[in-house]
Design a protein around this ligand. Structure first.
Ligand code: HOZ
Length: 427
């Protein structure tokens, strides 16, 4: 594979962008490779600046459930752009998208649009603190809620990949307000509540953890969390930035039948443009300015292009799409597991619908400890082997793979064929 142009761009990028990228995991550092610079993408494929093409399983880290650049979306955006790219004033599109979101996720009685999942999570916590008059929050080890200060404590995603799950630059005071429990372990949650009675404003959780690799919730975990929160007067926040509209049109909250007080959204809700949202119980969301005193604002919030992309994406969701995504996900998960077994490599594949992560470990992965038992060196070798064979998996062990409606059975089968060869090289 020739990567001359990407290498040259990376050298230039490192002189102007920290680490040569705008988001750490893109640098391919943890997989011992140099990043490819992408010039275009269509359907399930991306093409780098050297003309190499790949079947893509990053899919912009989740937003692209309908694939890259679907024609309907591109047309809708072109039409919308002609009417203006930003107003800094209300537009009918926000109302329409808000109503659409509420229809799909009825727990969001009120919604506020922002520009990223990070903004959504930090704002939801502010509302929870205002509503309860309490300062502390509880999060789970390995869960990631964007990069606002309170969440960079035992965080997942890039923070975990680069070994800085608790980031320098976050004050001791902020860290002290963030309590941590183990995902899928209600006893650990109860212990924290016993020690910090009446202090916890909110529990924030990825109902389907996707940032320590994919780790689905154990039976009863989300229901148990909801019960603990209700008994303690603590609000339950679901961070559905990844799972929202992906696990099901109604998100994990629909799939597991647990209604959170507040929900954070991102990724699919923006159809590939920068959008986040938070919402929930009307009495809580009416605390948000200007309805109430909790301040939060944004120049590009509710941006007409972003709202157009979100509406288009949500309008294309259908039971047929989820059925086909689940079938592709199961086929890929099974194929990866078989490839590993035949190569004598220990592998656990966690899969749920169109999300999956192959963990290079012999232990079932159900929490942070088992996720981090995975051999990242093996993942790195596997990644490089896949890339060399025209498949672009996430460049980190602790991220989810995303399948889109543009992937076809033949893409999955080509991926499995590549995996069979790559598995023989992992050592
Ligand atoms: N934090 C994202 C993955 N969970 C990565 C974002 C990006 O690099 O685009």
């Amino acid at each position: 594979m020739i990567t001359k142009r990407s290498s040259r761009l990376f050298a230039r990028a490192q002189r102007v962008l920290p680490g040569g990228v705008d988001s750490p995991v893109r640098a391919f550092k943890s997989v011992g490779a140099s990043p490819l610079f992408i010039r275009r993408a269509s359907g399930a494929r991306i093409e780098d600046v050297d003309g190499n093409t790949f079947i893509d399983y990053v899919m912009s880290w989740g937003p692209l459930i309908h694939g890259h650049a679907p024609r309907g979306l591109v047309n809708a955006l072109a039409t919308a752009a002609k009417d203006g790219t930003s107003f800094g004033a209300p537009s009918p599109l926000e109302v329409e998208l808000g109503e659409r979101v509420r229809k799909l996720m009825p727990s969001l009685e009120r919604v506020r649009f922002v520009s990223s999942g990070t903004e959504a999570a930090m704002s939801a916590v502010r509302v929870a603190r205002a509503a309860t008059g309490r300062d502390r929050i509880l999060k789970f080890e390995g869960c990631y809620h964007g990069h606002a200060d309170p969440f960079l404590v035992k965080a997942g995603s890039g923070a975990l990949t680069f070994g800085t799950p608790t980031s320098p630059g976050v004050t001791r005071g902020t860290s002290a307000d963030t309590l941590v429990a183990s995902y899928n372990d209600l006893h650990s949650v109860q212990r924290v509540f016993d020690t910090h009675r009446d202090q916890i404003a909110a529990v924030i959780v990825e109902p389907i953890a996707g940032n320590m690799g994919l780790v689905p919730p154990a039976d009863g975990f989300l229901r148990g969390l909801s019960d603990i929160c209700r008994n303690a007067g603590t609000l339950l926040i679901f961070d559905e930035v990844i799972s929202g509209f992906r696990a099901a049109a109604g998100g994990a909250q629909f799939l597991y039948g647990v209604r959170p007080d507040l929900t954070c959204l991102g990724k699919i809700i923006g159809g590939g443009l920068p959008v986040g949202a938070y919402g929930g119980r009307a009495d809580l969301m009416e605390l948000v300015s200007p309805a109430g005193p909790v301040y939060q604002a944004g120049t590009l919030s509710g941006n007409p292009l972003a709202m157009t992309a979100g509406l288009w994406s949500l309008n294309q969701l259908s039971p047929t799409l989820y059925k086909s995504l689940a079938a592709l996900g199961a086929r890929l998960a099974g194929g990866l597991a078989d490839a590993a077994r035949d190569a004598g490599v220990d592998l656990q594949v966690n899969a749920l619908g169109s999300l999956l992560t192959p963990f290079f470990t012999d232990q079932p992965v159900r929490d942070f400890a088992s996720a981090t038992s995975a051999n990242t060196g093996r993942y790195a070798a596997f990644f490089r082997g896949m890339l060399a064979r025209g498949v672009y998996p996430p460049p980190a062990q602790f991220e989810a793979w995303f399948i889109s409606g543009a992937h076809r059975v033949k893409d999955i089968d080509l991926t499995i064929r590549a995996a069979r060869a790559a598995m023989r090289e992992v050592g």
